[in-house]
Design a protein around this ligand. Structure first.
Ligand SMILES: [Zn+2]
Length: 1120
């Protein structure tokens, strides 16, 4: 516990058998510290700052980016990340929410944490916020094309038109008035970033919100010396002369800022593009008393069209300035002073009619195929009402989330289903927000779905005699929620528990104390942590309690704090947006002229040069190095194996067991491969008959849900290990996997093995309606999936890798072919009935036949299993008998289908609604085992924060993300650049950087190589830090080259590894030079359809790549 001399008071503590939390607060400044003690090998630091936006310029988000670009004590750009890597830490990260910004760091021990904390705090409290960084990291206008760019701009460009983003933004806009921070997009709307945001606005925002009182430091992990941390914080407070903040002090600060305000104005004058172009503006909208200057670029009007549909069918179109119109385009840019008006009180929302729906559009290429969404948003009570929220969550899970729920039955299990999924979600604001979203709704059904929602809820209340089933499901979900909670603490305390501490901090700042109760603070934090108690209380509640919840919160909630939104695809909107963008750019170009552009270019080039210079100075700062003690305290795992059939990974501290059954499916014929995804979706979701047990779909699902926390049936596996690249996901696609997780007790163990039995031996494919339902659901999911440019890019890349011929598993299961299949079935269900049923039966037989090759990986607490081995043994023997069946000889015949060119120099795909660009460039070559460690270090060297590739793409503001990757299992070397606002520049810059390395025009930075090695150690440690993560590695041990034991050795080897320049030069020659050579590598680019031609010309002219393949419509291209 804390030393007496500290500024920090001990506030409260909370204890559970597996963790404890202590809370401290500085009496001098109000800054808080939370210490979550969990015995794990990594430590996570989170610095949580309350940040509330008062417009759409994205001050919180842009500030979050600029915090990392140098501070008063450490002005060198990128120093924080550089020094973090040296000290065995992962690169820093940060997230901006509507009301807070969190800064993160993960490291391996206390010593590193103690070194890095003061450096991080200096960045958070004393950032430099230079104009040079604003241009590259936030926003600038390209001197070449007149386009908008910058890292933040690119990031928001890739998300602003996403249906989910539009929906959330619309919901929150409707629930709050413009006096509230929740009304605004804290990430920044493109239009506001372009027109209203200035560096001075960001500086003022920092001054207002980044004060100690608004800050909480959350530490989670093992081995933290809290006394030393408190001493560090003490010193930091003293050095920075923080005063105890209060409102008076803040307003005093602002009166000092008169000079700064004047400066804003004069700075603005210098911008070449800021001039009044009144002709294109509505005179009325310019406020008369001031002489305001507005960018000519601010002429884009409403981004999204809004209609209000009333129940009587009278559509009245109107342009609601309260909704999607950006804050600044119809009025003058708000002067900084408007930021500081005390506008916390929010009661200006008008009453709405109960059946008023709002229609919102999102831009799409063509309307025919696209689906809409229906969303219900509720702004509920204070976040402290945890009893209510815990109950509501159980209720909503029971009503919506399961496929045996009432809503599933009413909306999905019906002919021509009304939607493909229903989900509820919570936003943890001080007044909690609940959203319930129906996805995959046909546009003609939107209103009907919205109406049906309340009629189904009313029918539950009005027919209590039918509620018996509901009550059983509720009881089951109370128990399940308790288990899931335990599971979350076991698997992800770094996010689960730290989030709760941040919530405590923000709520305390936002919700004034109701009374002078001394123990108030204490109770609040405990409320968030103690939800097991609330859940247990729910067991005794009668059905009427649940009825009251439905009535009060879902049906009769104050209509001014509730909204219903119908989200619709619109091609018109897309065309309109494109026209406006074109017009905006062309007017801008005309306005700027060649001289204006040149000036911009010079300014930007200078900024880039300055940034690079600053960043290159990082290595010159002397620092004491910490050493990694080589004493890793990885989660305890004992490994047992039995004849290669079974691997047991015993983790004595776990409460759970995860069973994974792998069945190799080599030589399954292609026509059956095509149906394998459908088969997987149906397993555990249809009726079964095993010996004398018959269960229909509902009863089987109900039974499984009682015991199983997590059930997944998959082919292949997602890559989440350092030996596989995240861009490649066809690994082990010919292995069929069933994974079930349950509590570690004898009864559950027996039941779990029974569920394997029922599903594998007893699944019946005789209910065609269930099968059709699944097809329709999958079709809707796929239609939604292929709207996303990034997904298409990844999927098509994987097709290029794996679809060497149409017989390959990947080819048959790629989403384009699957979409075709489901479309075909849904159009003519009767025609295909016989075929489908027979294919599913054949797959089942094939799987049974292959049970003779099955492999089990069982992880978790094995005490019970070890003592009751016969249960497992019995299943294995039974499987062996079942596998002795004859199946008809499956001769593999070539099926007709498109062959995909394996190696073309470059392919460009177009996406009509994707603003951002995506690049992947790769080469296939075998990676030798002995190169593994230097290659791993080198790949981290290249793409670590402020490493060579990062500098090339991100520091220059061309793209949001860049990665150099290799895939040890698929033998691939890859360069990927994501979310490019300026794809051509990003591509050229990345390629030049790599070429210079190959040609030895740039030297390797040995210091940074060492940092990359230390970063790699932290990465691997983090990968195994919790039981959940280690379990993931254990399960993959059977398939992957790297088993859990090899991982631990790998860690030691990397720690012992001495970076030697000669070795890295060999690595470059062997692995990098083929990647930069056009004859040995391929490139796949996704851009907006309008930019395909110019991108093709660019590749030909600037990179001498000829024979570029253009794919305008990738869906058609692959499906035919
Ligand atoms: Zn960002």
């Amino acid at each position: 516990m804390a030393g007496i001399q500290s500024n920090f008071d001990f506030i409260s503590s909370y204890c559970e058998p597996t963790f404890n939390v202590e809370k401290y607060q500085s009496k001098k400044t109000g800054m808080k510290l939370y210490h979550i003690n969990v015995p794990l090998p990594s430590i996570k630091l989170e610095i949580c700052v309350q940040t509330k936006p008062y417009d759409d310029t994205g001050c919180p988000h842009t500030l979050e980016h600029l915090i990392f670009m140098g501070s008063r004590k450490y002005p060198q750009q990128g120093y924080l990340d550089y020094i973090s890597a040296q000290h065995y830490s992962l690169g820093t990260n940060a997230t901006t929410y509507r009301d807070m910004t969190t800064y993160e760091l993960t490291t391996v021990n206390h010593q590193s944490l103690a070194t890095l904390l003061p450096v991080y705090l200096d960045h958070v409290f004393n950032p430099l916020l230079t104009h040079d960084c604003y241009l590259t990291e936030v926003h600038h206008i390209s001197g070449e094309t007149g386009d908008d760019a910058g890292v933040v701009y690119s990031e928001m460009q890739s998300s602003e038109n996403q249906p989910d983003e539009i929906l959330l933004y619309s919901i929150l806009r409707d629930l709050w008035s413009d006096k509230s921070p929740y009304y605004y997009e804290s990430g920044g709307r493109l239009e506001s970033i372009r027109n209203e945001l200035t560096l001075d606005k960001i500086k003022l925002f920092h001054q207002k919100f980044y004060v100690p009182k608004n800050v909480a430091i959350v530490l989670c992990g093992g081995g933290i010396n809290i006394d030393e941390i408190l001493q560090i914080l003490n010193n930091f407070e003293q050095e920075n002369c923080f005063q105890n903040e209060n409102r008076h002090k803040i307003s005093f600060d602002y009166s000092l800022d008169e000079n700064l305000r004047k400066k804003i104005k004069s700075d603005n004058d210098k911008f070449p593009f800021i001039k009044i172009k009144r002709a294109s503006l509505d005179e009325q909208s310019i406020s008369s008393e001031k002489n305001i200057e507005i960018n000519p670029i601010s002429i884009d009007t409403t981004k999204l069209s809004v209609q209000l549909t009333t129940a009587d069918g009278n559509d009245s179109s109107f342009c609601d300035s309260e909704l999607m119109v950006s804050h600044g385009d119809s009025s003058a840019p708000s002067s900084p002073s408007t930021l500081w008006q005390p506008i916390e009180v929010d009661n200006s929302i008008h009453q709405r009619n109960m059946n008023e729906y709002k229609e919102i559009c999102y831009p799409v290429e063509d309307n025919d195929e696209n689906l809409g969404q229906v969303a219900f948003g509720y702004r509920l009570e204070s976040v402290y009402e945890m009893e209510i929220y815990t109950a509501l969550d159980v209720l909503l899970t029971t009503l919506f989330d399961e496929d045996i729920s009432i809503f599933y039955k009413e909306f999905i299990e019906v002919p021509n289903m009304f939607c493909s999924s229903i989900d509820h979600d919570w936003l943890n604001y001080p007044e909690r927000v609940l959203t319930i979203i129906f996805e995959g709704v046909e546009v003609d059904n939107l209103t009907m779905v919205a109406d049906k929602y309340s009629s189904v809820l009313y029918s539950i209340i009005n027919n209590p005699q039918d509620n018996q089933q509901l009550y059983i499901q509720l009881q089951r979900n109370i128990k399940k929620t308790i288990d899931l909670h335990l599971n979350e603490i076991e698997n992800e305390p770094f996010s689960f528990l730290t989030d709760l501490c941040c919530l405590d901090h923000i709520s305390e700042l936002s919700i004034p104390k109701l009374n002078n109760n001394e123990n108030d603070d204490e109770q609040h934090l405990h409320k968030f942590l103690r939800n097991k108690k609330y859940l247990e209380n729910l067991f005794t509640q009668p059905i009427t309690y649940w009825h009251e919840l439905i009535k009060k919160y879902l049906l009769e909630w104050n209509s001014s704090k509730r909204t219903i939104i119908l989200l619709k695809p619109s091609n018109e909107l897309l065309i309109e947006q494109q026209e406006q963008d074109e017009q905006r750019i062309s007017e801008r170009l005309e306005f700027l002229g060649p001289n204006g552009l040149k000036k911009l270019k010079t300014e930007l080039d200078q900024a880039r040069a300055n940034n690079k210079q600053s960043s290159s100075n990082c290595a010159n700062i002397p620092h004491t190095s910490t050493s990694f003690d080589n004493q890793l305290h990885l989660p305890p795992i004992e490994y047992y194996s039995n004849d290669n059939d079974i691997d047991l990974f015993h983790t004595p501290t776990s409460h759970f067991v995860k069973y994974t059954l792998h069945i190799p499916l080599k030589n399954l014929s292609p026509d059956l491969q095509l149906y394998l995804p459908l088969f997987s979706h149906l397993l555990f979701h249809t009726s079964i008959q095993y010996e004398n047990i018959h269960l229909d779909k509902f009863n089987f699902c109900e039974r499984v849900s009682r015991d199983i926390l997590d059930c997944s049936v998959t082919n292949g596996q997602s890559s989440s290990s350092p030996i596989q690249s995240s861009y490649v996901y066809g690994h082990y696609i010919d292995t069929f996997t069933i994974s079930l997780q349950s509590l570690s007790n004898l009864e559950t163990y027996k039941n779990t093995i029974d569920y394997y039995r029922y599903a594998l031996f007893g699944t019946l494919f005789n209910d065609y309606n269930v099968i059709l339902e699944e097809c329709e659901k999958q079709l809707k999911n796929l239609i939604e999936a292929i709207q996303d440019g990034h997904t298409i890019h990844q999927v098509y890349f994987n097709s290029l890798l794996y679809s060497t011929n149409s017989n390959s598993y990947y080819h048959q299961m790629n989403i384009f072919l699957q979409k075709n299949l489901f479309e075909k079935i849904c159009k003519q269900p009767e025609k295909y009935k016989k075929e489908i049923l027979s294919k599913l039966e054949k797959i089942k037989s094939f799987i049974l036949k292959n049970l003779s090759h099955m492999h089990w990986s069982i992880c978790g607490n094995m005490e019970l299993i070890k003592g009751n081995w016969q249960i497992m043994e019995q299943f294995i023997n039974e499987s062996k008998i079942k596998s002795q069946i004859d199946i008809e000889n499956q001769e593999i015949k070539e099926t007709k289908g498109k062959h995909i060119p394996v190696l073309s120099p470059a392919t460009i795909m177009g996406s009509p609604h994707e603003e951002s660009g995506y690049v992947i460039r790769w080469t296939r070559l075998s990676i030798s085992q002995q190169d593994f460690i230097p290659l791993l270090i080198f790949s981290n060297y290249l793409d670590m924060e402020n490493g060579p590739l990062w500098t090339a793409c991100r520091t220059n503001g061309y793209a949001y993300g860049v990665a150099f990757d290799f895939d040890f299992e698929a033998n691939l070397i890859l360069l990927s650049i994501n979310q490019c606002s300026q794809l051509k520049l990003a591509y050229s810059s990345a390629m030049e950087t790599l070429k210079h390395l190959v040609e030895q025009k740039t030297n390797l930075d040995v210091q940074r190589l060492n940092a990359a090695r230390n970063l790699t150690i932290c990465m691997l440690t983090e990968h195994l830090a919790t039981l959940g993560r280690a379990t993931g590695v254990c399960i993959r041990s059977y398939l992957n080259t790297y088993s859990i034991e090899k991982y631990q050795d790998l860690l030691k080897d990397i720690n012992a590894y001495k970076c030697n320049e000669t070795v890295f030069l060999e690595i470059i020659e062997k692995y990098l030079s083929p990647l930069v050579n056009h004859t040995q590598s391929s490139t796949l680019i996704l851009v907006n359809t309008n930019k395909m031609k110019e991108t093709q010309e660019f590749l030909q002219k600037e990179h001498e790549i000829k024979n570029v393949i253009l794919i305008k419509d990738v869906v058609k291209h692959l499906c035919r």
